[in-house]
Design a protein around this ligand. Structure first.
Ligand SMILES: C[C@H](NC(=O)[C@@H](N)CCCCN)C(=O)O
Length: 450
């Protein structure tokens, strides 16, 4: 009997699968970033200090790092598969954002504290932490989904498009947060995020039907490979120098981007005199640039390769951006916007090269665990850096007051970001050396010609 054409060979089906799961991630990124532009409003309306804001922002990664939730998520992904893990992750995101909303809106008695934090801040942070588990596990699940449908095909382009669509979520969050919060209340943007997440959850459930059909079609060999996860795999991943270099590059590079963006709206208003209505939109520019450029660079990498060199270039651009932001005498708004655009290019170059590289170093059965371990190490930075920057701001950078808000000098935080960017360039260089030595094929095109 003639075998039915495999679903992944149908261009329409595999790109539809990508579109559906990308929507889920777009909603996740919207919620992830929706609070960032509100920093000053949270300070003025809810009395959140920079330390509170840093604590809340870092909470995204708290459970992932300290309860190893990302690791369990990765193991679950490789052991129990994409459908169960992805569904659970999307449910967690919805639960988390609901708790976050409660923390921001419920009335707690004056001075109520939980483990040394204001009750409202703590509960919102706990919700954001649960959301963070769901968002990160959904992230590795979607990355594995893309590898499953696109390996040996347009892997770089597909990963680039997924990241690009996620960036639309970020850009939208940065643009709408302040206008919506000013028009309604500081918690309304979170309600919008919650609604989007519910649709995203539904989308993932629809994707699961396609995933099941693909699994039925695939031959048994591959299914067996999927279910053969063992702790030996973890050991194999951990002894691979390529893993450590990618993980280090990931934590250093992303620590200079995501935590920076969370504080950047205030940098725009405090240092460059940009109005708070527009600041979020400018901070969203890298996301917008990445939206266009990530798939373009992904496509170039698919056809031409040069992944390791591209990661070096992206890291070098990041040093340029943060160093110029740190110069106290450069205060023209034009420079601020120009640097955001350069950041957008760097922010497209590195992810479009980094994520497909992981799929080159590890076989499919180890991918869930490998991505989870890399995201885990990255989350240490996403937890630590906002806490560090919030603390530095409150302790050393208050230079005055405007109404209800503090005025901050961002020189020291930007020097810290420049330091991380410099380290990321060194690691990117070491990765290129390791690629030559161990033959990972990072400089080779992603598309395998048959
Ligand atoms: C694909 C990659 N995603 C991540 O690194 C996530 N672990 C963190 C997402 C946080 C979003 N603000 C990326 O977005 O490049």
């Amino acid at each position: 009997m003639k075998k039915q054409e495999n679903l992944r060979n149908s261009v329409a089906v595999r790109w539809s699968a990508l579109g559906i799961v990308s929507f889920t991630m777009m909603a996740a990124y919207f919620v992830n970033d929706i609070m960032a532009p509100l920093k000053s409003m949270l300070e003025a309306n809810l009395g959140w200090t920079s330390i509170d804001f840093g604590f809340f922002t870092g909470a995204y990664s708290f459970l992932n790092v300290f309860l190893l939730m990302l690791i369990w998520g990765g193991l679950m992904l490789d052991k129990f598969g994409i459908r169960l893990t992805g569904k659970l992750a999307t449910i967690l995101m919805v639960v988390g954002v609901s708790l976050q909303y409660y923390g921001m809106t419920a009335h707690f008695s004056e001075g109520a504290m939980i483990i040394g934090h204001k009750a409202g801040v703590f509960i919102a942070a706990a919700g954001y932490s649960i959301f963070g588990v769901g968002a990160e596990v959904a992230g590795i699940t979607v990355t594995k989904i893309i590898a499953k449908w696109f390996r040996g095909k347009e892997l770089g382009t597909a990963m680039g498009i997924q990241v690009a669509l996620a960036r639309i979520g970020s850009q939208a969050a940065y643009s709408v947060a302040i206008p919506v919060a000013k028009h309604f209340s500081v918690s309304t943007p979170v309600v919008i995020g919650g609604g989007l997440l519910m649709v995203g959850m539904l989308a993932f459930f629809i994707y699961s039907v396609m995933d099941k059909r693909l699994d039925r079609q695939d031959d048994y060999e591959e299914e067996k490979e999927e279910s053969q996860f063992s702790f030996k795999d973890v050991k194999e991943i951990l002894v691979n120098p390529g893993f450590w270099l990618i993980a280090l590059l990931c934590v250093l590079f992303y620590s200079c981007v995501f935590p920076f963006q969370k504080f950047a709206s205030e940098l725009m208003t405090n240092k460059y005199g940009i109005s708070d209505d527009l600041a979020g939109t400018f901070v969203g520019l890298p996301a917008l640039g990445a939206l266009i450029l990530t798939p373009v660079f992904g496509n170039v990498l698919d056809r031409k390769g040069k992944g390791a060199s591209i990661m070096m270039l992206g890291a070098a651009m990041l040093i340029f951006v943060h160093f110029l932001y740190s110069l106290p005498w450069v205060t023209h708004w034009f420079v601020a916007i120009f640097l955001m655009l350069v950041l957008g290019i760097a922010f497209s170059l590195v992810p479009s090269a980094m994520w497909p590289s992981v799929a080159k170093i590890f076989p499919t059965r180890q991918l869930g665990t490998a991505y989870a371990l890399i995201f885990f190490i990255q989350n240490i930075g996403l937890w630590g850096v906002p806490n560090l920057i919030g603390w530095i701001l409150d302790k050393y950078c208050v230079i005055g007051h405007t109404g209800e808000n503090n005025l901050y000098d961002y020189t020291v935080p930007m020097v810290v970001f420049t330091g991380f960017a410099t380290l990321s360039l060194i690691v990117a260089y070491l990765l290129k050396v390791a690629d030559k030595r161990y033959g990972y094929g990072l400089e080779k095109p992603n598309i395998v010609k048959v």
